[in-house]
Design a protein around this ligand. Structure first.
Ligand SMILES: [Zn+2]
Length: 286
């Protein structure tokens, strides 16, 4: 009798949690990524995200050797602000810093805090190639990928708790097995491919930003080629990132789209027409 009672409360409770999760996911799913228009589940406000970025950035920089005032440090800043100007978002507090680290890597924290490691300077052979990686990081911030990952983690944790309540009340001996299986599933089945999706999206948005800021988008192909050569020496960038072949192929498609839009715009400009209400003319890309 008592056990049935627990089961009954457990079922009622889990229904309640399920309903709550559904509401959260529904509210969270109303976000859309720029350029790609992909639906996103983000369970935190913009200001919460900013505060999270600010805090993590201070922590990250306090442990790092920030290079200031050198030609390269200034290059990072000037390329960064040039792209940020195109983004035109006053709610982001952009910062671009060069950090002494041999790793061929860069990262961006929520709110627009970008860090480039000196290792990247070995593979980014010119300003356009450096703009590739900086625009990619800016794209992560714009598309709120950090907040999205945290939100996925929140739901994953919620599901694990829920699973334990359900299994624990019916078959306590299975709950350990569930946790192990779930842990592996969450890591390899949900979180990892999601990371790759975000990477591809950051590439796409980044290429548009680079283009808008006046950089040569074809240098992005050379940059990723250089990175793939550096891969043999071991690069953290590739742990969750798509393979460079896939990446280069995808970037070529984005460049083709940009070229097509450029040609169409040029044709419209050279063809006299009274129709000035073309929906794609003058439309911003993000
Ligand atoms: Zn990335």
């Amino acid at each position: 009798m008592e056990q049935r009672g627990i089961l009954f409360i457990g079922k009622k409770f889990s229904k309640y949690i399920l309903a709550l999760c559904t509401i959260f996911i529904f509210i969270g799913c109303t976000h859309k990524a720029p350029v790609t228009n992909r639906s996103q589940m983000i369970l935190m406000s913009h200001s919460q995200e900013m505060a999270l970025g600010e805090q993590s950035y201070k922590q990250a920089l306090s442990k790092a050797k920030v290079i200031r005032g050198t030609r390269d440090a200034n290059r990072i800043k000037s390329i960064g602000y040039k792209i940020a100007k195109v983004v035109n978002r006053n709610d982001y507090k952009w910062e671009f810093n060069l950090v002494k680290d041999k790793a061929k890597n860069a990262f961006c924290l929520p709110g627009g805090k970008v860090v480039v490691y000196t290792g990247i300077l070995e593979v980014a052979k010119n300003d356009d190639q450096l703009a590739t990686v900086i625009a990619h990081e800016i794209a992560h911030a714009l598309a709120r990928h950090g907040a999205e990952r945290v939100s996925t983690g929140m739901v994953a944790q919620g599901a694990q708790v829920l699973g334990n309540i359900l299994i624990g009340s019916k078959a306590p001996h299975l709950s350990k097995t569930f946790n192990i299986a779930y842990g592996l599933g969450a890591q390899y089945g949900v979180l990892l491919p999601y990371g790759r999706l975000q990477e591809t999206e950051a590439d796409e948005i980044g290429i548009y930003l680079m283009h808008e800021a006046g950089y040569n988008v074809y240098e992005a192909l050379n940059f990723w080629q250089n990175m793939s050569e550096g891969k043999k020496q071991g690069s953290e960038f590739f742990s969750t990132h798509p393979s460079s072949d896939t990446r280069i192929k995808d970037i070529k498609k984005v460049i083709a789209k940009i070229e097509k839009t450029k040609r169409q715009t040029l044709n419209r400009k050279t063809t006299p027409s009274k129709d000035t209400k073309n929906p794609s003319l003058g439309k911003r890309v993000y």
